[in-house]
Design a protein around this ligand. Structure first.
Ligand code: ADP
Ligand code: MG
Length: 694
């Protein structure tokens, strides 16, 4: 339950005096729905409203504050003209105050001739004359304190003014209850961090632009609090998972030996190493939660298969889940022939399998006749029950949510979980999305893989490209032609691909095929089959072939409008032609305009094939904030923490959280109690509840 001390912060914004339903609706546009949201809404700039001595000291085009005396009023002659109030400073320098569409009475009252006023607003020098239109502040000298010297500037939305947000954040700060300190005292002192309340107050009342920096003491403290909440939630989940003991999977190796003997290759050192790590996890009395990273083509599937067979050797079942039907089918097609030979039964379950076939399959699953189940998210359906699931493998995890990831494991009795990804995830993301998930890396490709000859060229060269494709096809090789990603909709993606297909057909006739996301699964499978068998030699595709599809004869990848793709996507696509023994080519065709970032991306593609380097560069190009905010990358949304600026704090928070989770997993100590408040404050309690309950 949420600690009652936090209630005021979780009240809706409309609980603040002067905030009506209409304001509340507008505030939702800046993600301010409850009082706490206002606290997290930090200013992004400051207005310097400190007074200058006279008009000539003002900065053109900027906000200035100056004392003047009213000389004369010139009301407008018609509705289009402004109302001008002529004023001067002590030295007699003139400043015109200009108003459009105002009531003359109110101006006469606020700016009486002969009266002294302090005005603050944006001033401009126009034909040698200073003017200020619609000053933000007009006050008498006695009331000068009403003008904030350094005024925070907030992100706004239509209908919400900066003054209004300032009033609201002031109200939110006033509602801030006294909270126990959750930071470890030595750490707080060493890092010179203010208290949580001090940090919030300072962050909302910056004294200079330095206070806006993510590295200011106030902002570091707030970022640390948020990161600590994130890391602590993950660490607690993990601690709990680790304690779910009792399952020790260590087969006699008989099935694994047979399968390995049947392979046409021997495992790479990297595969051997990660298998050792996985087997050790399986054999340990704790539940495995391991992330397996390996670049495209590094051979994750066989690693997964061997881990699953370890479970089968112990008389239990295993499952592997892929994000799409094609990929599930592909896993099935590569696994089933190997397992059939050794008397291990592998079955495929996708959304397409219905009725009687599905019923029979589920029955066999439940009575243990099926040893390995391959499937899509159809594996999550409630009626899918295993006799004894001991090992769950999740491929290409970034497509699945956290809930799904752990959901499959819940179908088993403390099933081990192996999460596989071909998209290298920078350590920052692993930490924020998974916490301390154990982590294995296949950092070596099977021997004999040649580098891909990657070339970047303008779209005008398309006719040369077509000629080159013709030569390749004549030597029996196969070619992918990926069509541009069009932002607006999938339909336009399709139109572009169809157009290209029509053009290529003129040269290649029946050798060219088309595959796209709008096709039925069966049609897609048929096309892929024909491409694999060589009936189709040139395959025009939208990005449906993005992940995992395996055709060893394909040696050329052409990507049209490559500048519209992200780095990770380009890397994945290029990986499609690295499967065989023949040297491969990747042509990145770009169109104009080519932004500096797009150019940088294409250059990185030409320079390296290392997925980890590419991921790091991608992170740099996109900026940490963005990647952390993108859902598809499995990232977490942070309100106060920013990457890369707060990365060192993330690592510290991770250590801190791990220590707490180990020493005080129930959060029972005084610091533990304070940390509990922190989890609720940053709404990480949900995560804890969901996973601790399981
Ligand atoms: P990914 O890691 O991208 O999922 P796969 O598991 O699909 O890669 O493997 C890609 C290809 O490499 C497959 O055809 C697989 O049989 C083959 N392969 C896997 N391991 C090795 C190895 N050690 N030596 C040679 N080929 C291998
Ligand atoms: Mg794969």
């Amino acid at each position: 339950m949420r600690p009652s001390v936090l209630y005021p912060l979780f009240a809706p914004v409309s609980s603040i005096r002067g905030v009506g339903e209409k304001h509340a609706r507008l505030l939702a546009n800046i993600e301010a729905e409850k009082v706490a949201d206002l606290l997290w809404h930090l200013p992004y700039a400051v207005n310097d409203r400190r007074r200058v001595s006279n008009v000539t000291r003002m900065k053109n085009g900027e906000i200035n504050t100056v004392k003047i005396r009213v000389v004369e009023h010139t009301p407008p002659k018609n509705r289009k003209q402004p109302y001008t109030v002529w004023t001067e400073d002590d030295a007699g320098n003139m400043l015109a105050l200009v108003f459009f569409k105002v009531y003359p009475e109110s101006i006469a009252k606020n700016l009486p001739v002969g009266g002294e006023r302090i005005v603050s607003g944006r001033a401009e020098l126009f034909n040698g004359r200073w003017q200020m239109s619609h000053p933000d502040y007009i006050v008498t000298p006695e009331n000068s304190a009403l003008i904030p010297e350094i005024e925070p500037v907030y992100g706004l939305t239509a209908g919400i003014t900066n003054k209004f947000v300032r009033r609201l954040t002031a109200a939110a700060l006033a509602a801030l209850p006294a909270l126990p300190e959750w930071l470890e005292p030595h750490f707080k002192q060493q890092e010179k961090m203010p208290s949580f309340a001090e940090a919030l107050n300072r962050a909302h009342h910056p004294q200079s632009v330095d206070d806006l920096s993510p590295l200011s003491p106030a902002r570091r403290r707030l970022a640390y609090d948020e990161l600590l909440a994130n890391q602590l939630a993950l660490a607690l989940v993990r601690e709990k998972a680790k304690k779910q003991s009792g399952r020790q999977i260590a087969g006699d190796g008989s099935l694994r030996r047979q399968v390995q003997a049947g392979l046409s290759f021997s495992l790479t050192d990297a595969q051997e190493r990660v298998l050792k790590e996985i087997y050790a996890d399986q054999a340990s009395p704790w539940r495995m939660l391991r992330l397996l990273q390996g670049d495209v083509g590094s051979g994750k599937t066989v690693v997964a298969l061997l881990a699953m067979l370890n479970a089968v050797e112990c008389g239990a079942q295993a499952a592997i889940m892929a994000p799409t039907e094609i990929l599930a089918k592909q896993h099935f097609d590569s696994i089933a022939p190997l397992t059939d030979k050794i008397g291990v039964k592998t079955a495929l379950l996708t959304g397409k399998i219905k009725g009687k076939a599905r019923k029979e399959l589920l029955a066999e699953l439940q009575n243990g006749k099926i040893d390995i189940l391959v499937g899509t998210h159809a594996l999550f359906t409630e009626d899918v029950a295993f006799a004894d699931l001991a090992c769950a493998v999740i491929d290409e995890q970034h497509r699945f949510g956290v809930r799904q990831r752990l959901g499959l494991a819940d179908k088993g009795r403390r099933a081990d979980v192996l999460v596989m990804t071909a998209t290298p995830i920078p350590r920052t993301l692993v930490l924020t999305a998974f916490g301390d998930m154990e982590y294995s890396k296949i950092d070596e490709l099977p021997a004999g893989r040649k580098p891909v000859d990657t070339r970047v060229m303008p779209l005008e060269k398309t006719s040369d490209v077509i000629a080159a494709v013709k030569r390749k096809i004549e030597t029996g090789e196969r070619v992918y032609w990926v069509c541009p990603l069009v932002e607006e909709s999938e339909k336009t993606d399709l139109a572009a691909a169809e157009e290209r297909y029509d053009i290529l057909r003129k040269t290649f006739g029946a050798d060219v095929g088309l595959i796209h996301g709008k096709m039925k699964e069966k049609e897609k499978d048929e096309i892929m089959e024909r491409f694999k068998s060589g009936a189709i030699k040139l395959l025009v595709a939208t990005t449906v072939i993005e992940v995992g599809v395996n055709v060893p004869e394909a040696t050329v990848m052409i990507i049209e409008h490559a500048e519209r793709f992200g780095l990770a996507q380009l890397h994945q696509l290029r990986g499609r032609v690295k499967r065989g023994a023949k040297p491969a080519t990747c042509l990145l065709l770009y169109g104009y305009p080519l932004s500096a970032t797009a150019r940088a991306r294409l250059n990185i593609m030409r320079e390296t094939e290392d997925g980890f380097v590419i991921a790091e560069e991608d992170l740099k190009l996109r900026g940490g904030g963005e990647i952390l905010g993108t859902r598809q990358s499995g990232g977490e949304q942070f309100l106060l923490a920013r990457m890369p600026e707060h990365q060192p704090l993330l690592f510290t928070a991770n250590k801190d959280a791990r220590m707490v989770a180990a020493a005080d997993p129930e959060l029972a100590s005084p610091r533990g109690q304070a940390l509990r408040t922190l989890l609720y404050l940053f709404e990480r309690n949900e995560a804890v509840k969901t996973y601790l309950a399981g």
